[in-house]
Write a protein that binds this ligand. Structure first.
Ligand SMILES: Cc1cc2nc3c(=O)[nH]c(=O)nc-3n(C[C@H](O)[C@H](O)[C@H](O)COP(=O)(O)OP(=O)(O)OC[C@H]3O[C@@H](n4cnc5c(N)ncnc54)[C@H](O)[C@@H]3O)c2cc1C
Length: 380
């Protein structure tokens, strides 16, 4: 008998288990169908000794002091400036677009004022951009959109940018100064010894038990619990009763190389060449000192049997279908739907930590009002 059955050992499930155990003395059983903890943030040392992010590069960043403080209980950090380049038209370009990119484009040195004046000429006048195409052309016009965004987005999502929410391309900064960092948040860092080590510390509480290679369907047959925290795909929880939600999947192709570095940046995007979208060499960010390196080519693919549901599709039709599941979920008793798959929305890791902490606060308040519903475990 457990106070909480938690489905999924990613950020959402692990933060909730840690808080329930350490703050309220609750017993938690986490079931995870993969053979490891950490969800998509899982990292591991490959045969060549290189620490790689198994499910694609995970660049931690946040503006929230509460989240930094919370996670810092379980890890030290290595501050990183995530730098990326884009390869198109036969050369590398500074990316995201900034004054350096503009200078490359015009072939001479320039100023922020000149770049702003030029973008003002190029940009398309759209007061309230409704989709990802509009959000980019309203900032930089068609030429830069076609160079860097149009085909990358199509490859990644198998949809045109005009059929995707503005948030997809809108999250990529466009700057007229020389700030060439990929991200804008004030805190950009990786756990010093990797994500998996951080998760191990988070889950080391004696009131937390983790069962790997265990699916929720199997666990629910024989585990007794008071409350369920579900962080898996919401459509799966309801046996796809309204139909399958669409997801985008990925195939990762790692390659070990007997050289210190393969490319000059952590990530190179390929908007217009090749079937893969990017090559990531995470060693640039982890700071590992080794004579060999590992690069990973990332191929977007449709979701289907045997493939992971990496990205919920940020588009109106998918959201409408999700809404039906969300309405059913709202009337489900003693179940919390938390995390990226259970709320069918792309969130960064810090947002998921924030969501899990908020759900913990909600459940704790509920317990204070209805202690009988959530009986306190014997030892705190
Ligand atoms: C390719 C890629 C790159 C990303 N890069 C970044 C980045 O750079 N920065 C950033 O902040 N965020 C990034 N993210 C997002 C980040 O992965 C998520 O924010 C975070 O992992 C979400 O945590 P979660 O716990 O909600 O979900 P997950 O990490 O997906 O964890 C859910 C877990 O539940 C398990 N599960 C599901 N169903 C069941 C079931 N029925 N039974 C048992 N277990 C089940 C799954 O196996 C999984 O381990 C990236 C995501 C992807 C896919």
């Amino acid at each position: 008998m457990f106070d909480f059955l938690i489905v999924g050992a990613g950020f959402a499930g692990s933060v909730l288990a840690e808080q329930m155990a350490s703050q309220l003395g609750k017993t938690c059983l986490i079931v995870e169908r993969r053979n490891h903890i950490g969800g998509n943030a899982y990292d591991q040392y490959d045969a060549a000794g290189v620490l790689v992010h198994k499910y694609g590069p995970h660049y931690f960043r946040t503006n929230s002091d509460r989240i930094i403080q919370y996670l810092s209980q379980f890890t030290e950090w290595r501050e990183v400036e995530y730098k990326i380049l884009s390869w198109t038209h036969g050369r590398y370009w500074q990316f995201p677009i900034n004054l350096n990119t503009f200078e490359q484009l015009i072939g001479r040195s320039s100023t922020s004022d000149e770049m702003e004046a030029q973008l003002a000429e190029w940009r398309v006048d759209i007061a309230a951009p409704k989709n990802s195409e509009e959000v980019i052309v309203s900032q930089v016009g068609w030429k830069l959109y076609e160079m860097f965004f149009k085909n990358y987005t199509r490859k990644q999502w198998h949809r045109d940018a005009k059929d995707l929410d503005s948030s997809v391309c809108g999250r990529i900064p466009i700057r007229t100064n020389r700030d060439d960092r990929y991200l804008s948040e004030k805190f950009q860092a990786l756990p010093k010894n990797g994500y998996t080590s951080m998760f191990q510390k988070m889950l080391s509480h004696p009131k937390i038990e983790v069962r790997l290679n265990t699916d929720y369907r199997e666990a629910r047959e024989h585990v007794q619990f008071n409350h369920l925290i579900f962080t898996g795909p919401i459509d799966e929880y309801f046996d796809h009763c309204f139909g399958h939600l669409p997801y985008r999947s990925l195939r990762f192709e790692p390659e070990s190389l007997p050289q210190e570095f393969f490319q000059s940046a952590m990530q190179v995007n390929f908007p217009n060449d090749h079937d893969f979208t990017r090559i990531v060499e995470i060693k640039h960010a982890t700071g590992q000192k080794l004579p060999s390196t590992t690069i990973v080519r990332e191929y977007p693919q449709d979701f289907g049997p045997g493939r992971e549901p990496y990205y919920p599709i940020p588009a109106p039709d998918a959201r409408a279908l999700y809404q039906k599941y969300a309405e059913r979920a709202a009337s489900e008793k003693d179940v919390s739907f938390v995390g990226r798959l259970a709320t069918y929305r792309y969130y960064n890791m810090d947002q998921i930590v924030g969501m899990a902490l908020a759900e913990f606060d909600r459940l704790r308040r509920k317990e204070q009002v209805l202690p009988a519903l959530y009986p306190r475990s014997s030892v705190v």
